[in-house]
Design a protein around this ligand. Sequence first.
Ligand code: AMP
Length: 282
Amino acid sequence: MKVLRTVADVRAWRAGAGRVGFVPTMGALHAGHLSLVERAVRETDAAIASIFVNPTQFGPSEDFAAYPRREAEDITLLETYACAAAFVPPVAEIYPPGDATRVTPGPIAAPLAGAARPGHFVGVATVVAKLLAIVRSDVAFFGQKDFQQLRVLQTVARDLRLGADIVGCPTVREPDGLALSSRNAYLTAEQRRDAVALSRGLFAARELWERGERDARVLRARVRELAGTGGVALEYVSVADPLTLAELDAQSETAVISLAARVGRARLIDNVLLGMDLADLR
Ligand code: AMP
């Protein structure tokens, strides 16, 4: 596996790589990230993953400094999973001196994490646009776990004509249901036990849906009842249209139920998609 540090390194590698599949990450890799790498390896000629803790997507009081960094282990893991290249740039390679250009996504970035974390999606859209401009991949793989991020990036890639398909991949979970996240490392043993309430609440709402319940208010209430227990402080529970993320007030045949919560010092998110397939989102 090639470890690439500069834009010039990536350009040279890319020239002979054929159909390229790209997996952008912030590192501290877990089985969720690796499922995206497996997909890229399977579906393209050459898989490339980036490891870059992107400063512009963190708010001033967020965990940029504390975010787990495990570069050597991550590189070994990517190699084990048959990734052809890892792009691990220093900050100045992505944000060169004088850098001042930002990508501002439209209304899809306004609710949910967009409201809770001002500027977050400008940082995400900017870094992914830069990374796609550098890597020029044919396709890029993102996790359903960050559902709004997936939809924001699909919209940005379409609007800016970035030339890569943005493909969503299912959330990988612990056996008890907790969605894998690099931030789970912040949880104490007790908080880890409490955190299972998030997926339990979402799965309970999905069960109601499967039994025919379509009223967004009933689904939202069910999640709140089960997820907001113990050490879980819910930030939002949303039942929204999966295409626009507009909040649903009544009946709908498709929905994404998503939530964000504080558990100890970790901010965790999760979601379930109802009435449609991830593969139908483009
Ligand atoms: P991050 O390193 O947290 O920025 O995540 C990099 C990519 O991995 C994003 O596309 C995430 O949506 C995806 N990802 C993170 N956690 C999971 C998970 N549990 N299952 C599937 N994909 C995930």
